[in-house]
Design a protein around this ligand. Structure first.
Ligand SMILES: [Zn+2]
Length: 254
């Protein structure tokens, strides 16, 4: 069993601490800053065994070296990103598995936001740490990858079970929801979801994790092949990649 602790930092980042309950082994996903991580570890009376990085951006790897120096932890990242992930010591590739005590995750490569971006999927626990690839009701900007690569990546995530909890790295949900509603002003499920999001945010609560089942129904970036959605947005029925590209451009200008 895994215990998960969410640490909000900077404007809208989430760092995660995950502990395998049986062994006590602990990992940190995408540490942007070191102080809040150390504070949480001390509160939990844990040492840090691993850092799991999804990609090389500074708001995901910024505290790698300080934490490694303090805890002598191993740092896991995509082998392809070894020149860009500070302190990387365990190199993984698509399909590799990684054990945190008794819990095991699978590495899924999801290039698009960056080249070599990876997710950590814990199938038994039904959860995924997906960094800046899939957000609740959104997806990451394409800084390094092309739309076809991103579509392939999103389809990999979409193929996972509906009960998968989606632990993304940013609290962008309300803005994403407003964009989604601009595409589908009559979508009642979306309107209801926005009310829930607003209620949680007004109390300072996180909207993450969401579930993949909900994302499949409401996230515009997982619906590029849904005829009714494409029609409602006013897109022509073209390829997945072309439709995704248009929706992504609309969001970039939203
Ligand atoms: Zn990023």
């Amino acid at each position: 069993m895994l215990e998960i602790f969410q640490i909000p930092v900077l404007n809208d980042n989430y760092i995660y601490l995950i502990t395998d309950a049986k062994s006590g082994k602990t990992a940190c996903v995408d540490p942007a800053l070191h102080d809040p991580v150390i504070e949480k570890l001390e509160e939990l009376d844990k040492k840090l065994d691993f850092i799991l990085n999804t990609h090389h951006h500074n708001d995901h790897v910024g505290a790698n070296l300080q934490l490694q120096k303090r805890y002598k932890c191993e740092i896991v990242g995509n082998e392809k990103d070894k020149a860009r992930i500070p302190g990387i010591s365990i190199f993984v590739n698509e399909g590799d598995t990684f054990k945190l005590g008794d819990s095991e995750c699978r590495v899924i490569e999801v290039s698009g936001h960056t080249l070599g971006h990876i997710c950590y999927y814990f199938s038994k626990e039904s959860l995924i740490f997906c960094g800046d690839t899939l957000f609740s009701l959104g997806c990451g900007r394409l800084f390094e990858g092309t739309p076809d690569v991103m579509v392939e990546s999103l389809l990999k995530i979409r193929s996972l079970p509906n009960n998968t909890k989606v632990y993304c790295a940013h609290e962008y949900t309300l803005n994403n929801a407003n964009f989604a509603l601009s595409l589908e002003p009559k979508n009642n499920k979306l309107k209801k979801k926005i009310e829930q999001i607003k209620t949680r945010r007004s109390k300072g609560l996180s909207t993450i994790p969401s579930t993949l089942g909900e994302e499949k129904i409401l996230n515009p970036f997982l619906r590029f092949d849904n005829d009714a959605f494409i029609k409602s947005v006013g897109l022509k029925k073209k390829s997945n990649v072309e439709n995704f590209k248009v929706i992504r451009e609309m969001k970039d200008n939203f």
